[in-house]
Design a protein around this ligand. Structure first.
Ligand SMILES: [Cu+2]
Length: 434
């Protein structure tokens, strides 16, 4: 996919809104100088971009598979599901709602962590628009009695439990006609109207445990996806309450070191936000110093696990019931366009190529573009030419990439170039240069 270089206005709005939800601030992990030097062995230049020689080499023999096992111990990894690795990245990394980590550039040029999502290691993600992972789609699969698709990663009984839990959530959501009902129940507004998400209305009576029939927040949205026109006042919405319809819910439960095992199956990848800056005009992610200096309120970490569930039948989520963003909620858009907005793009014109959940993604670039691979996973990977059967380390090989490490490469000639990960040989991909 040729990712759009546009600035992620969707994210910005969402993050601004979510700052309100952050209750407890705490220091995030210390920075360290630990970075991995990327080995750009394929060229004779010292430039950071490996400019690949695309001349065929008819007589060359397959290179030996590099052995990186001895160096694995040098790569920093997180202590548990709720923590960040002890790193100080040089570059941005990640995809909102699709990768384990997101690191983005903050004012003052610092690269800061902004999101953890899902457990460490390989995650179960069903977010492809071609897969049936929305609430209505999974319900239909279960009710049809047809075999459960492999990509759901669960057996029929588990799917039944999940659909039942989501049914409880749907029934709860259906008790709200509009946002006036939230005000009448003593809930309060905890965000603006985040794009493809909605206004977060918080319910203190929900506590901090997981109950599919009583989430901590309900999302309301109106067609004009801009600013909200009111607040709860005297048990009703001060603006046009009838315009705000219930579109989904958000769970916000007590933080544990281990990722929650809440909904049946493993499709629910819960998240934690970091370095949120609210009320300042410097962006939604900033350091404490910059945020405070700009008059904002800084939250180092939302000390909870959060999860969206889009169970309103009229707003079925094509990126899955547990997606962070729902393109069926205003501003309505295609899932593909939404996803393009979620990739954290480098700010120097390089094309982001996130490695997310053991997947290189679909990389399509123009000749001469700088492709910047970034590891958004919790485990190390490599970006290596060829395949495990035919490694072409002389063409390119990143060496070990820890979390948020990057590897730049560019191609002068159109064509398709195979790559794989030395540590996970089943991880293969193709770079298409047009
Ligand atoms: Cu790998």
């Amino acid at each position: 996919m040729a990712y759009a270089p546009s600035v992620d206005t969707v994210l910005r709005r969402v993050l601004i809104s979510l700052t309100v939800l952050a209750v407890l601030a705490s220091a995030c992990s210390d920075d360290s100088d630990q970075t991995t030097e990327v080995d750009t062995t394929s060229t004779t230049t010292a430039a950071p971009v490996a400019d690949v020689d695309t001349e065929p080499e008819p007589e060359d023999e397959p290179a030996a598979l590099p052995n990186y096992l001895d160096d694995l111990g040098d790569i920093p990894v997180a202590d548990n599901d709720a923590s960040l690795p002890d790193i100080d990245p040089d570059n941005t990394a990640g995809v909102y709602g699709f990768s384990r980590y997101v690191y983005q550039r903050a004012p003052g040029d610092a690269i800061l962590p902004s999101l953890i999502e899902g457990p460490q290691g390989l995650q179960t993600r069903c977010q492809n628009v071609d897969q049936d992972c929305s609430y209505l789609e999974m319900k239909a699969i279960y009710e049809s009695g047809e075999p459960v698709p492999d990509y759901l990663g669960m057996d029929r009984e588990t799917l039944g439990t999940l659909v039942g839990q989501l049914g409880e959530t749907e029934a709860y959501l259906a008790t709200f006609e509009n946002i006036d009902d939230a005000c009448a129940r003593g809930m309060f507004r905890a965000s603006g109207q985040a794009a493809n998400m909605g206004v977060h209305m918080y319910d203190n009576s929900a506590g901090s445990s997981f109950d599919p029939g009583h989430p901590q927040m309900v999302l309301f949205a109106q067609e004009d996806a801009g600013n909200v026109d009111g607040n709860c006042s005297g048990g009703e919405w001060s603006g046009d309450g009838e315009a705000y319809l219930p579109v989904g819910v958000v769970f916000n439960i007590r933080q544990t070191d281990e990722h929650p095992d809440a909904f049946a199956g493993d499709l629910d990848n819960w998240h934690i936000h970091f370095n949120l800056c609210q009320g300042a005009d410097i962006g939604a992610v900033a350091s404490q110093e910059d945020c405070t200096a700009a008059g904002g309120q800084w939250t180092g970490e939302t000390r909870s696990w959060m999860m969206h569930a889009y169970v309103a039948p009229d707003y079925d989520s094509q990126g899955g019931v547990f997606a962070m963003f729902n393109p069926s909620i205003w501003p309505v858009m295609d899932q593909a366009d939404l996803e393009e907005n979620l990739v954290v793009q480098p700010d120097d014109g390089a094309v982001a190529a996130p490695i997310a959940n053991f997947d290189f993604g679909d990389i399509q670039v123009a000749a001469g573009d700088t492709i910047r691979f970034n590891n958004s996973d919790s485990v190390p990977h490599t970006v290596t030419a060829g395949s495990s059967f035919d490694p072409r380390t002389d063409d390119f090989d990143s060496g070990l990439l820890g979390t948020a490490d990057t590897f730049d490469i560019s191609f002068d000639e159109a064509g398709s170039y195979d790559l794989f990960c030395v540590l996970h040989p089943e991880m293969t991909g193709t770079i298409t240069v047009n």
